[in-house]
Design a protein around this ligand. Sequence first.
Ligand SMILES: [Zn+2]
Length: 217
Amino acid sequence: MKTSKNEQDYLKAIYSLKNENNGSVSINAIAQKLSVSSPSATEMIKRLAKKELVIHKPYYGVSLTDLGNHEARFILKSHRVWETFLFEKVGYTMEEVHDEAENLEHASSPRLIESLYVLMGYPATDPHGSEIPTESFWLKNEVELTLDEAQVEQTYHVTLIEEEGKNFFKKLEISLPHLIKVIDILEDKSIIIKEDRESSIVIPPFLQDKIHLMHRR
Ligand SMILES: [Zn+2]
């Protein structure tokens, strides 16, 4: 999914406020953090909610979805990897790295960031001492697909289940699967999946593109 620089700044702001407050954050706090008006913050939050990056509950405030959290952590990693790179490899001073990284963080693909991260030997912190997320946002030889493209006998990591799919599992009172094996594909295109030690589940065709997977070749 493509997010704009502005959207990414909001996700980053919500992520850092959330960590300070331990949970959801108010629109006012977000507006203050980004020096924008409350109405324009409200409008952007609506947009992010539509993209399933945040959840906005009246009186509760704004919180990040798994997808929003993932995106925010990538931007954070991008920023800190760039600061480290500029400081260690390019000769920028500590005072100069932040502004440059603010721009570069939005312009970099996961592939570029993970490549720089590996090139520098997996640095634990940026030059300011802030922790760099160790999780990888791009891996060589990994392919992303949805369940309808999966193959029998293969094992897949479930990376994301869209709302419709989540409701399906909720109705069946089954917890969301993480690592699945495709057992069989039936004549009507239903797919039987199984998670380790759990019983198998039949996923109907209309839900299969709502279940996002990662597969290592
Ligand atoms: Zn910085």
